[in-house]
Design a protein around this ligand. Structure first.
Ligand code: DCP
Ligand code: MG
Length: 454
């Protein structure tokens, strides 16, 4: 079969059926074998091997699988302490329900919805099963969160007897059959566009972005499509009159870097579809951390504490996004003469709360602020585990419980209005000297996902 495939490279009229995988040798709108309209056709279909896979309405899909009565009904997952929507099925989304929306608003939009409290243990289990299926396709699987991962299928044709595109379509069908939920697949030549592609035609999507159309496709997209351009940075760009990626494509690298620092370089490259990051299976990583190098060395708690707070929030956000928690808080400092100091403290329970990470880091930092000047500060957690045992309600420390609840509320507001919307007492107004680095300057998180153990 693969020989036939190879012959069809670069012929956009050729492709395959995503349901029965039969090859299509003409440009009929339906599969010549099974009649399905779900055909994959693209000039680079058999050449591309970098994929991003993301489950559709993940928590809601798992709940619908486990209660078929809900299949054709609007379902919202969320509520509980935070009172926000974790996710909504696509039926509820038609009514305007979105992740991170306050539950009362979601129910205003869709009063007939069934609301289900999240069952994290179950979602982690399903995520782990899907991950195992991915790892059977290639060793290069890089999980990004509980329901998504990058896969590099380069060099696997011989193993599978078919090119990556077909392996992926087969995988999507197998997940539906064996797990009972649906996924969307993005196939491209780089991570950035594979992720963009997977989001393109959800649910049950299969989108391909080839090298030939990348620049033209990107030109028509808003800047927010670029990794690292959140609400705040998009506002900065809008202030400079830049809204579309096409505008970035017409700017020189020097100009972008002069205006936006290292982020300018990222804008320059990604706007042109240049992204050479490879897929890393992160089996060896055991912690989640964030650190920053200062413009000028800092010694005083007044300068260091706000940075610690901002970094703790970053670590917490990453833990929450990945559905994991850590039990040991690790503080890292680099002195003026490049000596590294690390200090650890183990907590009674794993945490993913910024407040706990920060306060523990603060206790460790207090002992180190003896006038020594530091060029780098970092905070992280290790001893990673799933979230089910994390941050149990603290019956003795009522204040801690209140802080956890407040943090849930802050998260909800930030989900809605962006990070800058809610500043804490520690970070408020500290935007410049002791600021954490821009995303590019940061050391990326090292994440070992609990579902990857065994
Ligand atoms: N999640 C959450 N809170 C958010 C966003 C997501 O608790 N603000 C959880 C619920 C989601 C899961 O993470 O089911 C995966 O997140 P995705 O962003 O991939 O969203 P979905 O899988 O739900 O939907 P989509 O089909 O858009 O991927
Ligand atoms: Mg998803």
């Amino acid at each position: 079969m693969f020989a036939v495939m190879a012959a069809s490279v670069n012929d956009p009229s050729q492709g395959f059926c995503r349901d029965c995988l039969a090859l299509q040798r003409d440009s009929q709108p339906r599969c010549t074998q099974c009649g399905s309209p779900r055909l994959a056709r693209h000039a680079e279909l058999y050449r591309l091997h970098l994929a991003h896979i993301d489950c559709d309405a993940f928590y809601a899909a798992v709940e619908k699988r486990d209660n078929p009565e809900l299949r054709d009904k609007p379902v919202i997952i969320g509520g509980g302490k935070r009172g926000v929507v974790s996710t909504a099925c696509y039926i509820a989304r038609i009514k305007g329900v979105r992740s991170a929306m306050p539950m009362f608003k979601a129910l205003e939009a869709c009063p007939e919805a069934t609301v289900i409290k999240p069952d994290m243990e179950k979602y982690v289990r399903v995520g782990r099963e899907i991950r195992a299926m991915m790892q059977a396709l290639t060793p290069l699987v890089e999980p990004i969160s509980i329901d998504e991962a990058f896969l590099d299928l380069g060099g696997t044709e011989r193993l599978h007897g078919k090119p990556p595109a077909l392996v992926l379509a087969n995988f999507a069908a197998a997940v539906e059959r064996e797990i009972g939920i649906t996924v969307s697949v993005g196939l491209s030549y780089c991570k950035f566009l594979a992720k963009v592609a997977s989001d393109f035609r959800k649910p049950r999507g299969f989108s391909v972005i080839g090298e030939a159309e990348a620049v033209g496709f990107l030109a028509e997209q808003p800047v927010t499509l670029i990794w690292g351009v959140g609400k705040a940075f998009a506002a900065t760009l809008a202030n400079d009159g830049i809204r579309m990626i096409g505008q970035l494509q017409r700017m020189e690298r020097d100009e972008l870097m002069r205006r936006y620092g290292t982020m300018g370089n990222r804008l320059y490259r990604l706007s042109r579809g240049q992204d050479d990051r490879s897929v890393h299976s992160d089996h060896d990583a055991k912690s989640v951390s964030a650190e920053t190098t200062f413009d000028t060395d800092l010694a005083s708690p007044a300068d260091l504490v706000p940075v610690l707070r901002a970094l703790a929030e970053k670590v917490s956000a990453r833990l929450k996004k990945s559905g994991i928690a850590g039990r040991t808080v690790v503080l890292k400092l680099k002195t003026q003469d490049f000596k590294i100091r690390t200090r650890n403290r183990q907590l009674a329970d794993p945490t993913r709360l910024a407040d706990r990470i920060f306060l523990t880091g603060l206790q460790l930092l207090e002992k180190e602020t003896d006038g020594t000047k530091y060029r780098l500060l970092g905070i992280g957690v290790s001893d990673l585990s799933s979230v089910d045992k994390a941050d149990p309600p603290d019956l003795i420390d009522v204040q801690a419980r209140k802080r956890a609840l407040a943090e849930g509320a802050i998260d909800a507001l930030r989900d809605k209005f962006g990070r800058k919307a809610v500043e804490t007492g520690y970070t408020f107004g500290k935007g410049h000297r002791g600021r954490p680095a821009r995303p590019d300057e940061d050391e990326g998180p090292e994440v070992q996902h609990p579902w990857e153990r065994n």
